[in-house]
Structures are given as C-alpha cells and as structure tokens.
Design a binder for this molecule. Structure first.
Ligand code: SF4
Ligand code: SF4
Length: 300
C-alpha cells in the first residue's frame, strides 16, 4: 500500500522517548490557525516557492506544462493559480526556489529509511513516531507501517488530534505503543473558531483512551492570544484529572518556525508576529495545571 508522505525526519529527540524517526503523513481534518506544518494540511502534493532563493536561471519556464513560470521585465514570476503540481520545475530548480511537498511512498520505501537507525532506537529506547498532518486521515497506511515496525521490533508512537470517532480510530490507536494526543481548547465554540471543528469527538475520545490499554500523553500547544491563560489550562487539566492511565500532561510552547512555509505556499498566516511564551510564563501555566492535581511538563 502507498501513502502520501510529506517528510521523514531522522534523529528526532522531541517526538517521544529516545532517538526517533518521525514520519509526517500528508492531509489533515482540522485547520488550526497556528499550524507550524502548513504543507501537511492538504491531502495532495504542494509546491513551495521560496522567492528569495531564485537565481533567475529561467530553466523552470521550459519544463512547466502550464506556463506557471514567466519572465516579466527580466525577472522570474510564478503564478500558483496555473500550477498543476507536476513537480517538474522542482526537479530542475537547483537553487531550491521551487520545492515539492508530498510523495507517494510504499510501506517498504518508508521502512527502508526507518530501519537504518534501528541500532539508535535500541540503544536509546526510541523508535518511530507517526505524525502529520493527521495520521488518522491515512489510517490504513499507518496501520501497515505500525505492523512493519513491530515486525522489526521497533516502538511506534503516534501524534494525533483524535478527531475521528473512536469506533473508526480504535483499529490504529490500539496497535501503537504510545499515543500523544492534543487537547487544544476546552470550550467547543472557541475550538471551532480556532481549529475549524468542535471538540465533542475529541473530548469523548479522550475519555475512552484509558480503555485502550496504550500509554498516552495529552498535550496542549500554548498559543499567544488563544489559550495562554490560567483559566483555559485549568479547565483542560480539570477535565483530565480523573484519567487513570495518562502518563502526564504536557504544555508545548508555540512554534513560529512555520512562517516561511506559509509565505512559500501563498497562505495567510495570522500568527506572523507571534512569539513563543517565555519559559517563566510556561511554568506559571504548568502550575495552574498541577493545581488541578495532574502531573504536568513543559517542552521548553
Ligand atoms: S528554475 Fe528556480 S532558480 Fe531558476 S528561475 Fe526558476 S525558480 Fe528561479
Ligand atoms: S509543479 Fe509543474 S505545473 Fe506547477 S509550476 Fe512546476 S512545472 Fe509548472
């Protein structure tokens, strides 16, 4: 089976325990306004244009079947609306001004890369993390990857938004070794405003995680002006308080590194000027969660 993969990152240290390889799957069923991987949102391939890398060689003009590249007043111009995402310009653009995101890969092709670092996983109690996008959007492919990893004795973690009914998501979630699930906002209406969907399915799934028998971590990305206040964090923590098998709750500092990707994809970025919260502020918010009686960590 083939899946649409955005990227495979090796030697990752912050996507679960030990040294890991993170496999980013393309396509997401939510639209978080602060997404730091905007190239993973759409299910199909995407073309990035990094204008400042362009050296004006104009080779792209000759390979493009849809005339999306033009020379105007001696300068290269790119028209995204004409692009059919064939990838030809990215192949010949040695300046990395044109870059494709998204590649159809078989389970075997992914495993070829994953298996190379098996000794590091073994030494560090690491493994593979499936991320996105949203992994549940390519559930069958992900399940085959999990089985292939397990056949090699490789631990598999999953990062998920849990936005899929549990009767459909259980087949995958019950097979992984670690679930890292997001709970972004407590209020349903605010959740809808900032992510495009309500949070009833997510809340219901969070309640059902204990029954899966898989260790899990619940995480909140802390976004300036969205949920960076004690009331919000305390409300989430209070909801999580009865959960028996949760390893811990984690607050993740807003990551502004996706900004150039928004520009390259011609997407509006409402968080262009936002900065990560200071460590001291993250600790204050963690204290609000601990006051609700749950074990809490921050990632900065
Ligand atoms: S091939 Fe790349 S560097 Fe050359 S003109 Fe096109 S975008 Fe610019
Ligand atoms: S991806 Fe294909 S269609 Fe799109 S600009 Fe490049 S060559 Fe043209």
């Amino acid at each position: 089976m083939a899946g649409m993969v955005t990227e495979i990152q090796r030697f990752v240290l912050n996507d679960g325990p030990g040294i890991r390889t993170t496999v980013f799957l393309k396509g997401c069923n939510m639209r978080c306004a602060w997404c730091h991987n905007p190239e993973t949102i759409r299910g199909g391939r995407d073309l990035h244009y990094y204008e400042r890398n362009c050296i004006g060689c104009f080779k792209c003009i000759y390979v493009c079947p849809s005339k999306a590249h033009k020379k105007i007043d001696g300068v290269h111009r790119f028209f995204l609306n004409l692009c059919v995402r064939c990838g030809k310009c990215a192949k010949i653009c040695y300046a990395d001004a044109m870059v494709m995101s998204g590649e159809d890969m078989s389970v075997e092709q992914v495993m070829e890369q994953v298996i190379q670092d098996k000794p590091y996983y073994d030494d560090s109690h690491g493994g593979v993390t499936l991320s996105g996008g949203e992994v549940l959007c390519q559930q069958d492919f992900a399940l085959e990857l999990v089985e292939a990893c397990h056949a090699q004795g490789i631990h598999v973690g999953i990062e998920t938004n849990l936005y899929k009914p549990m009767d459909q998501a259980r087949a995958l979630l019950s097979q992984v070794d670690l679930i890292m699930a997001d709970f972004k906002l407590f209020d349903d209406e605010a959740h809808r405003q900032w992510t495009g969907v309500g949070n009833e399915t997510i809340k219901e799934n969070l309640r059902l995680l204990d029954d899966l028998g898989v260790p899990y971590i619940i995480r909140t990305p802390v976004i300036p002006g969205v949920n960076d206040n004690e009331d919000e964090i305390a409300a989430i923590a209070g909801y999580l308080q009865p959960f028996r098998n949760m390893m811990y709750y984690e607050l993740l500092a807003f990551n502004p590194l996706g900004a150039p990707k928004y520009e390259s994809l011609s997407l509006a970025n409402p968080f262009t000027d936002a900065r990560p919260l200071l460590k001291t502020r993250m600790q204050e918010l963690a204290a609000a969660a601990r006051a609700a009686g749950i074990k809490t960590r921050t990632d900065n």
